[in-house]
Design a protein around this ligand. Structure first.
Ligand code: GLV
Ligand code: MN
Ligand code: MN
Length: 427
């Protein structure tokens, strides 16, 4: 039987089962996962992925940032691979789909090609990027950023947890400090696609199965420390206090106000705070906290930055605090590459999935890959739009549809350099 390449189909049941099997690693009581970057759970997830890829006939490379690349050879091994991937690390209260879906959808593409005995022209690779979440080590997307030469490898390897363990140390500890040079210079890529859950409510609310991702919003991350004076909660009159937590609380309010002031798209969050000495009868002398700003328009993101700086100056002065203010991460809004977006759109149309164009609210490794490689993304809905939460969920139908779109988009690119051809594949 002769079929075009697009008669290839992924096995949705197998993909779903792999997601559920991976979710056992770091499983939490509420049905989510906690697989923080470079912990023992992350290592176990990586080991399982590597085993599955070897079983699927892939070769494995690991670079100095601990990024894993599983490769299925093409008819022309000299061509740069068409790559997909995402991350296996999670938030502390993470779900079963964020990141891992993109990785295992990539593995399912390889398994489906194997089932059909289909040889792509260019090689196909699945990447696992180290520390996408930015939860244990800030900033996020650090290793795809190194790959895209946004960060120096030394900078990436020296990122540390709040108690001082570096990525270099933790990679070594779990045995994923690989030998390969960690940038695209040593690893040219023909095209990159990433499948991901939307992590917001739009697709489900509109009854769409696929988001064709055209853009991603920009981000700015800050680390701010207010220092006042710790003193006794009883004898210290209100008029003599320099309470660092009062300052931080006012900034929490200000951050929220800034978010509301730049609607419809702005997002503004204080997600981490450390109070010193954190004792109930001591006025807080020092507070460290973070701010996460996002907007699809760089000019608005800059105005939010300006508003935050102004609010911090004012509050520090009013409350009598010293301030250490650092913007630790910034990237401008991303536009994904036209031909990759078109490949995703074509796959959606071929399958008749209800779909719409989308701007990604979350950061993804694809955002950095897009700086050095033609890149596109595929979104599927998630239940109630909830993510970074243990209850994060998706349906097997959505999971399978996104996998099918990923397969077809990758095939379109993997065969693009070859003359059009049809393949004899088993019925
Ligand atoms: C990644 O998880 C992000 O914060 O967008
Ligand atoms: Mn993710
Ligand atoms: Mn995430």
């Amino acid at each position: 039987m002769t079929r075009t390449i697009h008669n290839l189909t992924i096995n949705g049941d197998r993909l779903w089962q792999s997601l559920m099997d991976m979710a056992k690693i770091g499983a939490t009581e509420k049905g989510g996962v906690c697989r923080l970057a470079l912990t023992d759970e992350d290592k176990a997830g990586r080991d399982l992925f590597v085993q599955w890829c070897r079983d699927a006939g892939c070769s494995i490379r690991i670079d100095a940032m601990g990024n894993i690349f599983a490769r299925r050879e093409g008819r022309n091994p000299a061509l740069p691979p068409v790559m997909t991937g995402s991350h296996l690390d999670s938030q502390p209260t993470g779900g079963r789909f964020d990141g891992v879906y993109g990785v295992l959808a990539g593995l399912e593409v390889i398994r489906a090609l194997n089932d059909a005995g289909y040889e792509t022209e260019a090689p196909v690779e699945v990447a696992v990027w180290t520390n996408e979440e930015g939860s244990r080590f800030a900033p996020a997307m650090i290793s795809s950023g190194v790959f895209a030469k946004v960060f120096e490898p030394e900078y990436g390897l020296s990122r540390a947890t709040l108690d001082g363990q570096t990525i270099a140390q933790e990679l070594k500890r779990i045995g994923y400090d690989g030998p390969d040079h960690p940038t695209v210079d040593a690893h040219p890529v023909g095209a990159y696609f990433e499948a991901h859950i939307e992590q917001g409510p739009i697709l489900e609310a509109e009854g769409k199965t696929i988001g064709v991702v055209t853009d991603a919003q920009g981000q700015r991350w800050y680390e701010i420390t207010f220092t006042g004076q710790e003193s006794h909660a009883g004898p210290t009159p209100m008029t003599r206090r320099r309470d660092a937590l009062v300052g931080a609380a006012r900034i929490v309010e200000a951050v929220n106000r800034i978010g509301h002031a730049h609607q419809p798209y702005a997002c503004a969050t204080v997600g981490l705070m450390q109070i010193h000495p954190n004792s109930r009868n001591v006025i807080p002398g020092q507070v460290f906290f973070t701010v996460d700003f996002r907007h699809p328009d760089d000019a608005v993101l800059a105005r939010m930055d300006h508003d935050l700086r102004a609010a911090c100056e004012t509050v520090a002065q009013e409350v009598g605090l010293e301030m250490d203010f650092r913007q630790i991460w910034y990237y401008a809004p991303i536009r994904f590459e036209e031909s990759c977006v078109a490949a995703v759109r074509a796959a959606v149309e071929r399958n008749g999935y209800p779909a719409r164009d989308m701007v990604s609210g979350a950061g993804h490794d694809a955002c950095y890959l897009s700086k050095v490689v033609p890149t596109g993304m595929v979104f599927i809905p998630c239940i109630d739009g909830i993510s970074h939460n243990e209850v994060e969920d998706a349906t097997p139908e959505w999971v399978a549809a996104g996998g099918q779109v990923l397969l077809e988009a990758m095939l379109a690119k993997a065969d693009a350099l070859a003359p059009a051809r049809t393949e004899a594949v088993p019925a």
